[in-house]
Design a protein around this ligand. Structure first.
Ligand code: AMP
Ligand code: MN
Ligand code: ZN
Length: 970
C-alpha cells in the first residue's frame, strides 16, 4: 500500500511537474512563433507628416464621410448634404459680376499689377499668421487659390499646401503645420460675396472638403471659362504662356509637397500657380463678355443689379454674354460633395480591371496564364493591398504595384524570399518611373510577408473573413501595427464588414449585383459586344469619284438594290452614287466622315470585344431637334466593356452635375403625404430626404415586374421591388392600383396612349376611370394629391420633383442580364441607359448627306416603339440592318427613360435660353467629359471635342424638312 502510495505520489509529481514545465513551453513556443512571424511594422520607427494631424475628417474605414454640420443646423436638420447648397444655388441664378470691378486695374496694360512676383511672399505656418490671413481675405472682394496634394504616402491623400493670391500679395499656407486649424479659413471660402478664382477646381473643391470642411462658395474657374470660350487648350500652362508669357515646368506638380522647407524652385512654382490667376480671370471675363450668348426671346430673368458696382458691371451685356454660363459652370462645381469610394468587395474594381487586361494579353503575361486560380489570387492580393493601405495609411501603389500583383498571381512563389524577388523583378525601373524614392518590395510588404504567403494557400475561406483576421492581427489588442486616427475605425465591428453589408442592404440588391458582376462580366461580353465588325468600311464615292464616306454591307446593298449606286470596286466592294449628294464632308471641314474606322475600343485599343457607346447620353439626345441628331457617327464610338463602364460612370456623375447646374433633378418622387409637404415648404427643402427619389425607369420596371410576377417571385425580391415603388410614393403602403399608375410615370401623353393600347382594354378602362376623377393624365393619385395640389399652389400636377442626389444609379452587369423578373420585356432589362449604347442599332458610319434612307425604326410589334428615341422620321422603308439589331434595339429604347423627364427639361431649357448653339456647346461638354474620363488613345482622326455638328443636308435627306422619304425609294 505504502509503496503504491509512494509510487502514485511520485507519478503525480512527475506528471504535474511535466505539465508545469510543458505548459509554459507550449505557450512560449506559440508565442515565439507569432513573434517570429510578425516582424516589427515599419510604422513603429517611421513617422509620417500626417501622424501629427489631430483633426481627421476622412479616415480610412468604410464609414461614409461626414460633411460639415452648420452651427445653425439642429441634429434633425443635418442630412450630410452640402451645407451651402442654398448660397450656391443663388449664385447659379445670379452670377457674381461685381468682383470684376476690383480687378479693373489690370486694364492699364497690367501696370497696376505686380506681374513679376517680385514682392516677398508670405509663408503662413502659425495659427496667428493664419488668422491674420483670414482677416486680410475677409476684406477682399476676390482672391485666387490653388492647392498641392500629397498622395503617395497616404490612403486618401492630403493637402500639403494652399496657395492664395490677392491682388497685392501671394501667400503660401503650410497646411501640414496648420492642418488642425485650417477651419479658420472656412468663412472666407464660404462667403458668397467673395469670389474665389481657381484653375480647374473640380478636385480642389473636394480636397478642401475632405481635409478641412472648407466649402467653396462663389467660384470663377478659369478652366471652365476656357471651355465656354472653346479655347484650343484649357491647361494652366497654356494660359500662363498665352496671357502672361510665363513658362512653367508642370513636372513639379508631382513632386513631394511634404518637404519642409520647400525647395526654392517648388516655392516659385507653387506661387505662380495662383499668382497669375486673377489677371487671367480678368482677361477671360472680358472675352466672355464679348461673346453674346444669343439671348432668347423675351429674356427677362436673372438680373440683379449690384448696388455697389459701377455702371459698367450693371451692364446687361454681362448677363447676356457667355460670362453667365462660365460662371454657372464654375459654381456648379462647388455643389460637388466629397465621398469615399465604397466598394462592396475590397479591391474588386482593380482586380476586375487587371483580370480583363490580362485576358486581353495586355497584362504583360500570356493570357493563357490567366486561369481561374490566377484570377482568384489577383482578387486576394487586391483585397489585401486595399486593407493594408488603409491600415498603414499608404496609397495602393505604395503598398504593391499592379505589375507585382500580376507577377505574384502568375508565378506563385513559394518562399518569402521568392515573393520578394518576384515583386522587385516586376518593378524594375521603380526609381526611374517616379520622382519619389519607391522601394520594391515596399516596407508594407517587407514587414508583412507572412500575410502574402498565407494568401497563396488554396483554401483560406471567404476573403472577407481573412481580411477581418488581418485587421485583428495587425491592429487588434496585440497587433503588429500602430493604431492611428486613420485606421482605428477599421477595428470596430462596422468599420469593415458590417458596413459593407449595411451599405449593400441600403442600396437594395447592390451586394448581390456586385457578387454576380464578376460571373456575369464574361457573359455580358459574349452577349452584348458586337459579334461582327461594326464598321465594314466599304467605300462610297460621289458621282465624280470623290470619297464620301464608309458604310457597312447592308447600306451598300440598299443603294445597289435601288439603283441609286453602282458597284465600282469588287474586293472590298465600293460603290459610286448615281446622284449628286448635296454637300461633301471635306467642304465642311468634316474629314472625320471619310476616315475609315477601326474596329477597336477607341480608348484602349482592345480589338476582341467592343460595344457602341453614345457620348451624348440618350436621355438628352432624344430630345434634340431632328437635324442636330444627324452627326451621330461622331458621337457614337466603340469601347471595350471596361472602358464602357468607366465612361458610363463618368457620364452618370456628370449628369448629377448638370442636374445641379440647371436645377433639374434626375429623379422623381411623388409626395403624397400632406405633412411632408408642409414640412418641406416650412423650412429648408433639404428636409425631404434626397435619397427619396427614384428614376422613372426603375419605378416602372419594378412596378411591371410586380404586376406580372409579383405572386411568383421570391419574397425578398418582391420586397425589394416594393421598396422601389414605395420610394416614389413617399414611403406609404402601395396598392395594385398604385402599381398600375406607376407604369405610366414619366411618359408623354402620346407614349401613354400607345402603351395603354398595348396593355389591353381592361387596363385602359381602369386608367380611364381614374382620369375621370378630373386629374391630369400624369397625375394619377387619390384625394390626397388633389389637396396637395392646392397646397402647392399649382405645382405641376401635384408632382413634387425631389432631387434624389446620392441615389446610386450605377448598375452591375447583373441587372442587365437578369432578364425577366424585373424586366418589362422578356428580353434582358436595360435599366439605366448603360447598355443602351451597346445594343443600339445605329450604324456608326452614317453621313447625313447621303442618309436618304432612314435608320432602323423599331418594329411596330414592339411594346415600346413610341417611347424610344426617334432617330428616323419614317418607318416606311426597308430596314437596312439585320434582325439581331432590331430586336435588341427595341429593348434598348426602354432604357432611355432612365432620366427621361430630366433630359427633356434640360434640352428644352438649353433651346429656350441659348438656342441651337446651346445644344452644340452641350454636346461639346459631353465630349469633354468622355475625353477626361478615358483619355482615349485611338479616336479616329478628325474626331474633335469641338465638332460643330453643323451639316448641310442633301436634297433627299431625311433631315430635309418637307421632303418625303418615299420620293427617293421609288
Ligand atoms: P495643380 O492643380 O496643378 O496645382 O495640381 C494639384 C495637385 O494635383 C498636385 O499637387 C498633385 O498632387 C496632383 N496632380 C495634378 N496633376 C497630376 C499628375 N499629372 N500626376 C500626379 N499628380 C498630379
Ligand atoms: Mn498647383
Ligand atoms: Zn504594419
Amino acid at each position: 500500500m505504502e509503496t503504491r502510495d509512494k509510487l502514485r505520489l511520485a507519478l503525480t509529481i512527475i506528471i504535474s511537474s511535466f505539465l508545469a514545465l510543458s505548459i509554459p513551453i507550449l505557450f512560449s513556443r506559440k508565442f515565439f512563433k507569432t513573434q517570429k512571424q510578425r516582424k516589427i511594422c515599419y510604422l513603429n520607427t517611421e513617422s509620417k507628416a500626417q501622424s501629427t494631424f489631430k483633426r481627421i475628417l476622412a479616415e480610412n474605414s468604410y464609414f461614409q464621410f461626414k460633411h460639415l454640420k452648420l452651427q445653425t443646423q439642429s441634429n434633425e436638420e443635418y442630412s450630410n448634404l452640402h451645407p451651402y447648397k442654398g448660397e450656391i444655388s443663388k449664385l447659379l441664378k445670379n452670377p457674381d459680376i461685381g468682383f470684376l470691378e476690383f480687378l479693373d486695374g489690370f486694364d492699364n496694360g497690367g501696370e497696376k499689377w505686380n506681374c513679376e512676383m517680385s514682392d516677398p511672399l508670405v509663408w503662413t505656418e502659425t495659427k496667428s499668421q493664419l488668422e491674420e490671413l483670414a482677416e486680410v481675405l475677409s476684406k477682399e472682394r476676390v482672391f485666387a487659390v490653388d492647392t498641392e496634394q500629397h498622395s503617395l504616402r497616404s490612403f486618401l491623400g492630403f493637402t500639403a499646401l494652399i496657395q492664395i493670391s490677392t491682388k497685392r500679395q501671394d501667400y503660401l499656407v503650410d497646411t501640414i503645420a496648420l492642418h488642425d486649424v485650417m477651419g479658420i479659413l472656412r468663412p472666407v471660402f464660404a462667403h458668397p460675396g467673395i469670389c474665389k478664382v481657381f484653375h480647374g477646381a473640380d478636385n480642389d473643391v473636394l480636397w478642401l472638403q475632405r481635409d478641412f470642411h472648407i466649402y467653396v462658395v462663389n467660384l470663377f474657374d478659369t478652366a471652365k471659362a476656357c471651355d465656354v470660350l472653346s479655347k484650343p487648350q484649357r491647361s494652366l500652362a497654356y494660359l500662363l504662356e498665352t496671357y502672361c508669357d510665363v513658362a512653367t515646368n508642370k513636372l513639379l506638380q508631382r513632386e513631394d509637397w511634404r518637404q519642409r522647407p520647400l525647395p526654392e524652385e517648388m516655392v516659385k512654382y507653387a506661387r505662380s500657380d495662383a499668382h497669375y490667376l486673377l489677371y487671367i480671370a480678368y482677361c477671360l471675363s472680358m472675352e466672355l463678355k464679348q461673346h453674346k450668348n444669343d439671348p432668347p426671346n423675351g429674356y427677362s430673368h436673372c438680373i440683379t443689379l449690384q448696388t455697389d458696382a459701377s455702371i459698367i458691371y450693371c451692364d446687361m451685356r454681362w448677363h447676356l454674354s457667355k460670362y453667365t454660363p462660365a460662371s454657372r459652370r464654375s459654381n456648379a462645381t462647388c455643389l460637388q460633395l466629397f465621398q469615399k469610394d465604397i466598394e462592396a468587395y475590397l479591391g474588386e474594381s482593380t482586380a476586375l480591371s487587371i483580370i480583363s487586361r490580362c485576358l486581353n494579353d495586355q497584362g504583360g503575361i500570356p493570357s493563357s496564364l490567366c486561369d481561374l486560380k490566377f484570377q482568384e489570387l489577383v482578387r486576394r492580393f487586391c483585397a489585401w493591398r486595399d486593407i493594408m493601405a488603409r491600415i498603414h495609411d499608404e496609397s495602393l501603389r505604395f503598398v504593391l504595384s499592379e505589375r507585382a500583383i500580376i507577377a505574384l498571381a502568375a508565378k506563385r512563389p513559394t518562399t518569402e524570399l521568392d515573393i520578394c524577388s518576384t515583386i522587385s523583378e516586376a518593378d524594375p525601373d521603380v526609381e526611374l518611373m517616379t520622382l519619389f524614392p519607391l522601394q520594391s518590395p515596399s516596407s508594407v510588404v517587407s514587414c508583412h510577408l507572412e500575410d502574402l504567403h498565407y494568401l497563396f494557400q488554396a483554401e483560406i475561406g471567404a476573403v472577407d473573413d481573412v481580411l477581418q483576421m488581418f485587421i485583428q492581427q495587425h491592429l487588434g489588442p496585440d497587433g503588429s501595427c500602430p493604431l492611428s486616427a486613420y485606421n482605428y475605425a477599421l477595428l470596430t465591428q462596422t468599420g469593415l464588414k458590417q458596413t459593407i453589408r449595411a451599405t449593400s442592404n441600403q442600396n437594395g440588391f447592390k451586394a448581390a449585383k456586385q457578387l454576380a458582376k464578376k460571373a456575369s462580366r464574361e457573359l455580358f461580353v459574349q452577349k452584348f459586344s458586337c459579334k461582327s465588325p461594326v464598321y465594314h468600311n466599304f467605300k462610297i464615292y460621289a458621282n465624280d469619284g470623290r470619297l464620301l464616306c464608309h458604310c457597312d454591307r447592308k447600306k451598300l446593298e440598299w443603294y445597289l438594290n435601288r439603283n441609286l449606286a453602282k458597284l465600282v470596286e469588287d474586293d472590298p466592294p465600293a460603290i459610286m452614287l448615281c446622284f449628286e449628294p448635296k454637300g461633301r464632308p471635306e467642304d465642311e471641314d468634316n474629314d472625320f466622315y471619310i476616315q475609315s474606322k477601326k474596329n477597336i475600343c477607341v480608348s484602349c485599343g482592345e480589338g476582341n470585344h467592343y460595344l457602341r457607346y453614345r457620348i451624348i447620353p440618350s436621355c438628352y439626345r432624344m430630345h434634340f431637334p431632328e437635324h442636330l441628331k444627324s452627326h451621330r457617327s461622331h458621337d457614337i464610338v466603340l469601347l471595350c466593356v471596361d472602358c464602357h463602364e468607366i465612361a458610363h460612370a463618368a457620364a452618370e456623375k456628370y449628369k448629377k452635375q448638370i442636374a445641379a447646374e440647371f436645377d433639374i433633378p434626375l429623379f422623381i418622387r411623388k409626395v403624397v403625404d400632406l405633412n411632408q409637404v408642409h414640412n418641406a415648404s416650412a423650412s429648408t427643402p433639404t428636409i425631404i430626404s434626397e435619397e427619396a427619389g427614384v428614376s422613372p425607369l426603375q419605378l416602372r420596371t419594378a412596378a411591371m415586374a410586380l404586376l406580372r410576377h409579383g405572386t411568383r417571385m421570391p419574397c425578398k425580391r418582391r420586397e425589394e421591388l416594393m421598396q422601389v415603388v414605395m420610394k416614389y410614393y413617399g414611403g406609404r403602403e402601395i396598392s395594385d392600383e398604385d402599381l398600375e399608375r406607376a407604369l405610366l410615370v414619366g411618359m408623354s401623353p402620346h407614349e401613354r396612349r400607345k402603351f395603354e393600347k398595348k396593355r389591353g382594354l381592361a387596363f385602359k378602362n381602369s386608367l380611364k376611370s381614374m382620369n375621370l376623377n378630373g386629374e391630369r393624365e400624369n397625375n394619377i393619385c387619390g384625394k390626397a394629391t388633389t389637396s396637395i395640389q392646392n397646397d402647392l399652389n399649382g405645382t405641376a400636377a401635384g408632382h413634387l420633383y425631389v432631387n434624389a442626389g446620392e441615389t446610386d444609379q450605377k448598375e452591375g452587369y447583373l441587372d442587365i442580364l437578369m432578364g425577366d423578373d424585373t424586366g418589362v420585356n422578356t428580353r434582358p432589362l436595360f435599366s439605366n441607359g448603360r447598355v443602351n449604347s451597346a445594343v443600339s442599332a445605329d450604324e456608326g458610319n452614317d453621313i447625313a448627306d447621303i442618309k436618304e434612307f432612314p435608320d432602323i425604326k423599331t418594329s411596330s410589334t414592339s411594346n415600346h416603339d413610341d417611347i424610344c428615341e426617334s432617330e428616323s422620321p419614317s418607318n416606311e422603308t426597308t430596314n437596312p440592318l439585320d434582325d439581331r439589331d432590331i430586336s435588341l434595339n427595341r429593348e434598348s429604347k426602354l432604357s432611355l427613360l432612365g432620366h427621361g423627364p430630366h433630359g427633356k427639361q434640360v434640352v428644352e431649357h438649353l433651346l429656350k435660353e441659348y438656342g441651337e448653339e446651346g445644344i452644340c456647346q452641350f454636346c461639346q461638354r459631353w465630349r469633354q467629359v468622355f475625353v477626361e474620363a478615358l483619355h482615349p488613345r485611338f479616336l479616329p482622326g478628325g474626331w474633335d471635342v469641338n465638332h460643330s455638328g453643323k451639316r448641310d443636308f442633301g436634297e433627299f435627306s431625311v433631315y430635309k424638312p418637307g421632303k418625303n422619304i418615299r420620293a427617293i425609294a421609288i
